[in-house]
Design a protein around this ligand. Structure first.
Ligand code: TYD
Ligand code: MG
Length: 463
């Protein structure tokens, strides 16, 4: 007789427990345990077979990477998809994952690769409808609406091996190798494992779509993130048209690159010059905004930082941040209080990074501080100035990497001046009026005096 292995599996982290508990002991998630049958498939016991081991030096596949020609997608993947690799694309429902991937599939098909798109959520007719809307009807993408992993693998192993297989989504797939119900962690993990095996065997690049839960995790199976070669996330604010593709993990490429797209009526449009887009709706001359010259991966990016500092009516003032690290904001506020005589404990502070972008760089400290002080003092900053620099706890402004690239981008977009750390002056190009600051207090004093730091040679700075 075969023992039934009825266990409780956490739908968040995949840990198994013998008894149901309200809280998963492994990851702490509440009410996440679901009874699943995790019994291994009954296979007749067989002896292992001999296989051939190979030397390290040997035949490699002709091109390990395949670019699709969509520059933003290729950049984020690190120059194109790697053969025999598996990539997980996560994102909120409705953000545009299916749209992005049908465009990617069409781009590969256009280059003569065999691209197969398998939808477990929509009927073939619905996928076709979308392709029609995107003007991709001529692309030689192969479509199917299937959810059985065994059927999919058998079909794909037939005929010319595909270069690209898209599975939309992994949560809808099920495999016979595990007995758990479809949609459970065990099923998702089992299905992903089968597809990974298929990718390694056939040399195809497989993209799995994963849904994201409310708290921002790729739903249920965190385990899948560990199994795949790369994890990308597709992000954006629902109300805005910008979409950002970001690498979270990549065994074969960088994880700090972003791809920027705009959702239009006829699909996703690539934004090759995001700085211009992010600054296009800027209100010139209003207090509380500063332009930050940042770097995302290898690409410089100019981003507007908006701050609102207003007297509070609460005992504990509000600190609300969108697009930046809240603890970093607390630090900048503390430095302003301690070293610059700027008292903000009686004020609510709101900080927003325009365009729905998220900045991780400490280099934004100076731009944030400038926006805060500008809002507090009702003094608008010069509209043609960019800011960057890291603030240390002592109030000193420290240099950040890639000064030249940041300034070049600013110059390209018509900015005439830059406020940068003292030690970065040597790297600045001639054409830009550069003011250097050694401490945050100098910046505060200058904004309070003129609304624009002194020492910049041209113009009165006000617009
Ligand atoms: P979709 O790719 O289906 O999202 P996901 O697969 O991530 O759930 O895209 C859904 C949204 O995108 C939908 O609200 C409509 C919008 N959309 C456009 O604005 N333009 C288009 O050309 C397409 C195809 C979709
Ligand atoms: Mg979809």
């Amino acid at each position: 007789m075969v023992a039934r292995a009825q266990t409780f599996v956490c739908q968040t982290c995949g840990a198994a427990a013998a008894r149901w508990t309200g809280r998963c002991e492994a990851c702490g998630a509440w009410n996440a345990l679901v009874e699943e049958n995790t019994a291994a498939p009954r296979r007749s016991a067989r002896k292992g077979r001999l296989f051939v081991v190979e030397p390290l030096r040997g035949e490699t596949l002709e091109t390990p990477r395949l670019a699709c020609g969509l520059a933003e997608f290729d950049r984020v993947t690190g120059g194109g998809l790697v053969r025999a690799s598996v990539l997980l694309l996560g994102g909120d429902p409705g953000i545009g994952k299916s749209t992005l991937l049908i465009e990617v599939a069409a781009a590969y098909a256009r280059r003569g690769h065999r691209a197969v798109y398998i939808s477990g959520e929509e009927a073939v007719a619905q996928v076709r409808l979308r392709a029609e809307r995107l003007g991709l009807m001529e692309a030689a993408v192969e479509l199917a609406a299937e959810t059985s992993i065994e059927d999919i693998v058998t079909t794909l192993s037939h005929g010319r091996p595909p270069q690209l297989v898209i599975i939309d989504s992994i949560q809808t797939m099920w495999t016979q190798t595990v007995e758990a119900a479809p949609g459970t962690v065990t099923q998702v993990r089992g299905s992903a494992a089968e597809l990974i095996r298929f990718a390694k065997r056939s040399g195809a690049a497989v993209i799995l779509v994963g849904h994201v839960t409310k708290d921002g995790q790729i739903a249920g199976p965190r385990v899948v993130e560990h199994m795949v070669d790369a994890v990308l996330s597709f992000e954006g604010e629902g109300s805005q048209q910008f979409r950002i593709l970001r690498a979270i993990k990549n065994r074969f490429g960088p994880t700090d690159e972003i791809g920027v797209f705009e959702m239009t009526g006829s699909g996703l449009r690539e934004i090759s010059n995001p700085s211009a887009l992010f600054l296009s709706e800027r209100e010139l001359g209003s207090a509380g905004t500063a332009v930050f010259a940042g770097i995302e991966g290898t690409r410089p990016l100019l981003i507007e930082i908006q701050a609102l500092v207003a007297p509070t009516s609460l005992g504990t003032p509000r600190r609300a941040v969108v697009g930046w690290d809240p603890s970093r904001l607390s630090m900048v506020l503390a430095v302003l209080e301690a070293h610059c005589g700027v008292r903000l404990s009686g004020h609510d502070v709101y900080l927003n990074v325009a365009g729905g972008l998220r900045i991780a760089e400490p280099a934004a400290d100076v731009a944030v501080a400038a926006a805060l002080v500008s809002s507090l003092a009702h003094a608008s900053l010069s509209a043609d100035a960019v800011y960057f620099g890291e603030v240390s706890l002592s109030g000193a402004v420290r240099p950040v990497p890639q000064t030249a690239a940041r300034l070049k981008e600013a110059q390209k977009l018509g900015f005439a001046r830059a406020i940068i750390p003292e030690s970065a002056r040597a790297e600045a190009p001639e054409a830009l009026a550069v003011s250097t600051i050694g401490t945050l207090a100098e910046l505060v004093a200058d904004i309070a005096r003129h609304g624009v730091p002194a020492g910049a040679p041209s113009g009165d700075g006000r617009k």
